[in-house]
Design a protein around this ligand. Sequence first.
Ligand SMILES: Cc1ncc(COP(=O)(O)O)c(C=O)c1O
Length: 367
Amino acid sequence: MKTKTIARKPVRTGKGSSAVRAARPAKPASRAQANGKAKIQARVVAKPVSKAAKVAARSAAVPIDADLPIIYVNGQMLPKSKAMISVYDHGLLYGDGVFEGIRVYQGKIFKCKQHMDRLYHCADQIRLKIPVTRERMVQIQRECIEANKLNDGYIRLVVTRGFGTLGLDPRRCPTAGVICILDQIRLFPKEAYEAGMRVIVARRPKTPIACLDPRIKSLNYLNNILAKCEAIDFGCDEVIMLNLDGEVTEGSGDNIFIVKDGRLYTPPADAGILEGVTRGFVMRELAPALGYSCTERTLRLEDVLTADEVFLTGTAAEIIGVTQIDQHDGNGKITRSTRISDSEGPITRALRLRFREIATSNSVPEE
Ligand SMILES: Cc1ncc(COP(=O)(O)O)c(C=O)c1O
């Protein structure tokens, strides 16, 4: 059977408007598709067999905005509903690949250079050859910004091992896949940014460096996801993960800082963390500019529980205060609750507000 493709023409490397034209469906399949904002329901393929199954299937149906955003997939700009990769891709089959989450503020790619450094370095670490140059990778992101007319958003760059066979052997995947999605993201409720949030200490330890170095931002996030599930079980949005030696590492998708006696501390890379771009920005630029010193130091949980302030940083999370830290016994019971502060601490607030100022200014740093 012939497959119907929306944008067969390769997207030109030139200015965005041609990219947009190439991306738009030549003949919208329906009026709903013609109207990019129309919501449709994803079709549930398996036929429900009982009433209960029908109800479950209905609630599992994910609403999809048919056309937007326009997504870059392996050389093509495609509407969201058509942006797909092969089920034989080892990114899907084995979590074999790397990714980046990057913010776009005021049309600028925040700390673009550092994200590209990390992406290409991580790919190297897993012996993955990215099939496009760094310059082209940046251009792809700019084309997505242009195609979607989004000045503020979140870029998800994914490089997968690519199409292969059902076995693990990466040599059977001749070409890596490249995906660039520009969309919106919000990890935590808006109010939590001023009020601060409650987090839980995960009982599941962080994957040890010797097994898979958390510095590698690989597609393999199950350790983080399962830790996050512990938070979800207790009605909170984030966890603090410890390594096998009981040292504090990071959150499921963000780095951790504490403030003690007016100084900032954050765990070093050898605790087993992703060296976050936002973490680096806070340590090397934001905190010093506001007159605060920041040191990498091994932190035990007690250091965090007795801190004056605790906050998390990340591209998606930005900067958010932690006001309460709970511990649980693994059997559904909270065993200890520690109040850090009543709302976000004053230094956390100063850093967050300065970060916001920069993100909404005309001088968003790409370097
Ligand atoms: C596990 C983990 N730690 C930390 C971070 C924060 O890193 P960055 O500031 O580069 O987004 C992330 C974000 O993706 C993450 O997934």
